[in-house]
Structures are given as structure tokens and as C-alpha cells.
Write a protein that binds this ligand. Structure first.
Ligand SMILES: [Zn+2]
Length: 80
């Protein structure tokens, strides 16, 4: 089954559907200075969430010459 992050799930299914990858929930469960990965959003490629100084950073998986690479995506927890 495909997994979708908060933003993609809201976009596709509406706000009443709980996302598979709940960005706010993961962010709030993280200790400062940590990253959580091990998932991938089928919509936007979101593959990791990190929290540093209480700031959210999202990481998207990108493939360059067949090699997976995490690309930093600036984000604000206020958007989720
Ligand atoms: Zn997504």
C-alpha cells in the first residue's frame, strides 16, 4: 500500500483522512537534534523528518544517476 504524508494526503483525500506519514505527530515525538526516516511518501518523495532547535526540516528522496540522495526541504511546522 502506498503511503502519503500530511500534505499529500490532505491534497488527495481531504483533511478528515489521517495521513500515513503524520508530519506533525512525528515532529512532536522527536527529541531535539534527531531525525526519523524509514518511510517514503508516494506523492512528494518525503523520506525523513528532522528536528533541530525546535525547527522542522523535511528531506525528500531524489535519485541522481540511480543513487538515492536526501534533499533538504525547508518547511515550517506551522504548515502542518
Ligand atoms: Zn508527500
Amino acid at each position: 500500500m502506498a503511503d502519503f504524508c500530511t500534505k499529500c494526503a490532505n491534497h488527495m483525500f481531504g483533511e478528515d483522512v489521517k495521513p500515513d506519514i503524520d508530519i506533525r505527530e512525528i515532529f512532536e515525538s522527536l527529541n531535539d537534534g534527531y531525525m526519523q526516516s524509514g518511510f517514503i511518501c508516494e506523492g512528494c518523495g518525503l523520506a525523513a523528518i528532522s528536528k533541530v532547535d525546535n525547527e522542522l526540516t523535511l528531506w525528500r528522496m531524489d535519485y541522481v544517476d540511480g543513487e538515492g540522495e536526501l534533499i533538504e526541504v525547508k518547511a515550517s511546522i506551522d504548515d502542518y
